[in-house]
Design a protein around this ligand. Sequence first.
Ligand code: TPP
Length: 591
Amino acid sequence: MPQANRMNRDQSDVMNNETTAENNEIAVNSSAATDNGTHIPVPHGLDDLEVQEWLESLDSLLESSGPEVATEILERLRAHATVSGIDLPFTANTPYANTIPNRLEPLFPGDQELERRIKSLIRWNALAMVVRANRVEHNIGGHISTYASAATLYEVGFNHFFRARTPEFEGDTVYFQGHAAPGIYARAFLEGRISAQKLENFRRELKPGGGLSSYPHPWLMPDFWEFPTVSMGLSPLMAIYQARFSRYLEDRGLKPATDAKIWAFLGDGETDEPESLGAITLASREKLDNLVFVVNCNLQRLDGPVRGNGQIIQELESAFRGAGWNVIKVLWGSEWDPILERDTEGLLVKRMGELVDGEYQKLVVESGAYVRQHFFGSDPRLLQLVEPLPDEALRRLRLGGHDPRKVYAAYKAAVEHKGRPTVILARTIKGYGLGEAGEGKNVTHQQKKLNEEELQVFRSRFGIPLNDQDCVEVPFYRPAEDSIEIQYLRARREALGGYVPKRSVRVATFGCRPRRTFQGILRMAARAGKSPPPWPTSACCAKCFVIRKSASSSCPSFRTRRAPSAWNRCSAPPEFIPAWARNINRSTSTP
Ligand SMILES: Cc1ncc(C[n+]2csc(CCOP(=O)(O)OP(=O)(O)O)c2C)c(N)n1
């Protein structure tokens, strides 16, 4: 097929938001003008003007009636097309574009510049922790690149979304991607919750003064981590069941209904673990709108691309949409918006969807001139769109997962979404900011040491106030307690109820039964001699259970509905008391 024809078919694909079926015949409108080589004939005699009119009428509908009405009309058109005999090809994919367009983005509520400075300090300390540990002990391990790619995804969460547990509110539950742990420690260091000594002993918890575990684990750090999230695949599966259990407790009146969310952060490579996607249909079947997945799509895993010859983001989108999830793609940063705006023909979005991940990874490590030639250069009209931009600006076109405004918009839409769980597919660069030391490179996952020059480049890029000499020592850096950064960071956490992650144990305790309670059983067991049968143990347990049910001094199980007065003596925190019991808590009436 000649290039010109292929392009026109592609263009109509974008309009349809579909992949054109292979058997769709393309009739070339040979009479269409080819002015300066950019006007290309379109199929079935449809000309550009007609396409433009359809697009404009959709735009005006959007403007006058909003996205809900526009969606309804498109759905009706689709249904009408089907009954009219048009065999629309099936696709679970939307174009390779942001789900939330620029014009529907909410205002970013924070101080973006200040948040960037805080994030830069966290980046530096996370890197310093791994580099220092590996200087002291060769091959101690740890990961720099995972957090480097996910920093914005976490910081927007910490500054605006993750609510801590308070006496009044159960708090959000956050499953952190295990390999991003250095960044979470580095934030806790700025918050004043983890000492420099502990950072120094990363991965060496038994050193004098204590250290930090490689990955999240409540056994190893019982006051900090709430869940283990490595091996990969654990957190998505646990998050689904956590969200479901939360709803179970609410539906049975065992805890008050709240809008608390369960967040799970995972890597795109991690989604290949069978546990990761194994229960996603359960989440949609149960309508778990208290659940948000954030997939950090840096397109890489251990030593290469997740899908060199395909598109992991599109693949995940169809898997999650097919399973009934709300999918939000955050692919392109704000710098792309004016270019997209100039592109009235949808050519850029089409082009974005053409590249496979291996090609995108190549663009990440190349110059702006290369991006111009090999990405925009596929069509003279695309080249025209970026003509005013210098090469350096093309190299610096950010991806969506590194843009706080885009990430904020996605998180806000996710927490407000009703009736379905949400997955956010955020595109990032693995090793973001490492430059020659590993930004977007296949080796980046294993990067644990940086040379002097690489450290200085990183320091300068993120504006860390260390001179050339000091910076090669990779010291931990924390601004003064009264600095604007620390004040801001503390204020944000205060507004969200406190620090996260933080593990606190709240188990209702049961008093010890007096020995005489079990006297009869013990006497009979004694008669059995040295090796009593197993029944005395179970008899003791049964006795405890009976006592618990009658709630003489413990929490009744919810089956004690017939004995509500038991709740009067219950020492459980109020949110554990069922709604029906709370109402009658001070009365003696039976519900
Ligand atoms: C079950 C399991 N298999 C393999 C590993 C080894 N491993 C550690 S990190 C990693 C790649 C992670 O890739 P991805 O999920 O894309 O995260 P990224 O670091 O790129 O953000 C692998 C395979 C593991 N930790 N757990």
